[in-house]
Design a binder for this molecule. Structure first.
Ligand code: UMA
Ligand code: ADP
Length: 448
């Protein structure tokens, strides 16, 4: 924070804004809070940290800028698309909660970013570190906002960082930084894929150890000196990688066979890669890999991520509501053998469904499209044999059951019914969590 007699401006009063207000109050700082949402509820939680007179709701006005030298911005705010652009032009000091976290110079910060797999990898690492007896907490884009981690003295702090959080962050020092993968996402905000890639790479800049996914062409390995990597074709090339032998995938540590896919509880090849990524972080910290294996075998899937939650009479229902982009749905489709009925739809983030069409063409028997962009999806994914369009997710569940029953007449093996929307949930739900919970409720109601 730059020295100033003016109050700090906290921009945004969501989860992050509240954690910033809490932190600033605790540190006796003078601040005002702004949020563009005129009807934002000022909860008792908020009132604990900031009085009503110090909260300004509604459009952020140009004249407010002169009242402050320091601005702390929440991740959900797109600086470029609003009047807040002026703040940048006036060369005021703009920070994020991650910058404040960084100013406190914590030891052993581990940063995880990427387009898909951030939460899974973050939670696997947290799980392993706990099993190794370390005092550890994960936060940031998952669970607690970053500043909440300062409330206690953790031996390891794991920060899941989204592109929204990294965009305005100046610097994050860490002991290990990992980008799980980079595929196009959030381009409505970041405009170009190139810009999005650049934002993701910020995480490597001040990391002691840079951890590279060798299989991802968008992770610019040549720009970094790195000792740790995962993935890749040659076992000797990386610390951990996946190789297939007689129809079974195995995780290798260098040349040494470590874990069979049959010994883990997670579904899908992408989750084997997530385990490789997590183990590479553990190795970069100099911790014991052999002791970590047992805890990996016990790690259960995170809710709404390839969550197989109900099976009866050879029909298995899988909730992958967190899949909000093309690539995660392709991974979901590729994770399943046997007949797959795919439920997809919501609010579209792209017009380019070519790669998804190719994946669905080979593996999906019936495609059930729902939500705002169902027509757009139908126009773009023509090659699946059976396509059904419905308005809502509850209707999609009923259609999926009917299709499964039809398939079952001639087919003895397991049938997978997968919700992996490839779209955000905001057309009909508050969040992907709400969508996933609703989906599970609809399915369980069918069997009552
Ligand atoms: N908003 C306004 N006006 C304001 C402030 C916010 O309209 O003045 C809107 C934003 O546009 C957004 C919503 O309110 O739609 C929330 O924005 P926020 O910045 O207040 O968000 P928080 O509640 O602080 O939650 C954020 C992350 N959300 C976003 O970045 C959108 C949460 O990640 C994160 O858990 C939390 O900080 C704590 O660190 C959620 C998320 O959806 C899981 N992340 C996206 C993702 O994973 O794809 C990036
Ligand atoms: P994030 O936090 O980056 O959104 P999650 O672990 O929450 O990642 O998973 C989001 C979606 O991506 C889920 O649908 C999940 O099944 C899928 N997924 C998880 N890991 C990967 C990966 N390595 N590659 C592609 N998709 C993945």
């Amino acid at each position: 924070m730059e020295k100033s007699n003016l109050p700090i401006a906290v921009i945004g009063l969501g989860k992050t804004g509240i954690s910033i207000a809490k932190y600033l109050k605790k540190n006796n700082q003078n601040f005002l809070v702004y949020d563009t949402r005129i009807n934002l509820e000022i909860t008792n939680e908020i009132k604990k940290y900031v009085s009503k007179e110090n909260i300004i709701l509604g459009d952020f006005k140009k004249k407010y800028i002169e009242d402050h030298d320091n601005f702390v911005i929440s991740p959900g705010i797109n600086l470029k698309n609003s009047l807040l652009n002026e703040i940048t032009n006036k060369r005021k000091n703009i920070q994020t909660d991650i910058d404040i976290f960084n100013d406190r110079k914590r030891d052993n910060v581990i940063c995880i970013t990427g387009s898909n797999g951030k939460t899974t990898v973050t939670l696997i690492i947290e799980h392993i570190l706990k099993s190794l007896g370390k005092k550890v907490k994960a936060g940031g884009n998952v669970g607690l906002p970053a500043l909440e981690l300062l409330e206690d003295n953790y031996q390891y702090n794991i920060l899941e960082l989204s592109s929204f959080q990294l965009e305005m962050t100046k610097k994050i020092n860490c002991v290990a930084a990992l980008i799980t993968n980079i595929t196009p996402d959030h381009l409505d905000r970041h405009k170009t894929f190139e810009n999005y890639i650049k934002i993701k790479h910020k995480v490597f800049k001040n990391s002691k150890n840079v951890i590279i996914n060798l299989t991802d062409k968008n992770i610019r390995k040549n720009d970094y000196k790195y000792k740790f990597s995962f993935g890749g074709i040659d076992k000797r090339e990386s610390n951990f990688s996946v190789h297939r032998e007689r129809e079974v995938n195995y995780i290798y540590q260098g040349l040494k066979k470590l874990i069979s896919e049959k010994d883990i509880l997670l579904i899908g090849y992408h989750n084997l890669i997530n385990i490789c990524a997590s183990l590479t972080v553990i190795e970069s910290l100099g911790l014991d890999i052999q002791k970590s294996i047992k805890s990996i075998k016990e790690f259960k899937c995170v809710e709404h991520r390839m969550e197989s939650f109900y099976s009866k009479e050879n029909i298995t229902w899988i909730n992958d509501s967190k899949s909000t982009n093309i690539d995660s749905t392709i991974s979901a489709i590729n994770s399943l053998d046997n007949f797959t009925i795919l439920l997809m739809g919501g609010k579209s983030k792209t017009n380019n469904y070519k790669s998804l069409e190719m994946a669905a063409h080979n593996k999906v028997d019936t495609l059930i499209l729902f939500g705002e962009c169902r027509k757009l999806l139908k126009e773009n994914i023509k090659s699946v044999k059976n396509i059904i369009m419905v308005k809502s997710l509850d209707k999609a569940v009923i259609e999926a059951m009917k299709s499964a029953e039809n398939i079952r007449k001639n087919y003895q093996n397991n049938i997978n019914i997968l919700l992996s929307p490839a779209c955000s949930s905001f057309d009909m739900f508050k969040s992907y969590e709400e969508r996933g919970v609703f989906f599970k409720k609809c399915v369980l109601n069918l069997y009552r």
